[in-house]
Design a protein around this ligand. Structure first.
Ligand SMILES: *Cc1c(COP(=O)(O)O)cnc(C)c1O
Length: 221
């Protein structure tokens, strides 16, 4: 077995029931991503529409496709063609761009709201206090379906340092769930990366986005 297959099988064996693995595939080739899918990865996460378009023909609908990067509104049309779900909606403007393109394509786009759980000015995501307003606004768009929240947290370091970010996102998630906004189905919580996914799962994640621990260190660009 190659390293990718071994890594995927080990992670899948350790994930508790109900937690789904997203293979974070930025910089990886179609051959690598296909191998991960054949080893059992159910969802591919891509940060760039163009990279996804290059890998898509090899994998197609054998996996689901999540967009996990920063989506520019002018890429919304292409994103609607490839992705099942966009994890990183953090503005009504982006939501409206997806709504327009999803309506034109005759489909519904699933979305998660990206939360800036550390309230860091340089990071993407809506502030925790603004999540409710955004959810309510997006809920009014008929071709979008809000399914939950996503957060980044620290990129590296002691996984315990990520815990407060995950806990805060979980708190917002539960609060939104209790609001039971019509048309919103709060059930997906995407948190945790290679170094932090075990802590994220302890804090309630049911989607974990893992790159390095599947594919190895990323090539330098
Ligand atoms: C790259 C990336 C990941 C995975 O990071 P690793 O440390 O390689 O596991 C997860 N989420 C997002 C949004 C990413 O860009």
């Amino acid at each position: 077995m190659s390293a990718i297959t071994t890594n995927v099988k080990a992670i899948l064996a350790e994930l508790p029931p109900g937690v789904e693995l997203v293979a974070a595939a930025k910089t990886r080739t179609a051959v690598e991503v296909l191998e991960a899918v054949e080893a059992g990865v159910p969802i591919i996460g891509e940060n760039y529409v163009q990279e996804a378009a290059a890998v898509f023909p090899a994998v197609g609908r054998r996996a689901r496709w999540h967009f996990i990067g920063h989506l520019q509104t002018n890429k919304a049309g292409k994103a609607v063609e490839i992705f099942d779900l966009v994890e990183t909606v953090d503005s009504l403007g982006l939501g409206r761009a997806l709504e327009t393109r999803a309506a034109a394509a005759g489909r519904t786009m699933e979305v998660l709201i990206e939360v800036n759980s550390g309230r860091e000015p340089q990071k993407a995501g809506v502030l925790p206090d603004d999540a409710e307003d955004l959810v309510r606004s997006l809920a009014a768009l008929p071709h979008l379906r809000v399914l939950g929240l996503m957060t980044m947290g620290p990129f590296a370091g002691d996984p315990e340092e990520s815990r407060p970010y995950f806990r805060e996102t979980r708190r917002v998630f539960e609060a939104l769930r209790r609001l039971a906004v019509p048309g919103v189905d709060m059930r997906r919580l995407s948190m945790g990366m290679s170094h932090s996914w075990r802590v994220a799962v302890e804090e309630g994640a049911n989607l974990v986005r893992i790159g390095t621990a599947i594919f190895g260190p990323r090539p330098r660009s």
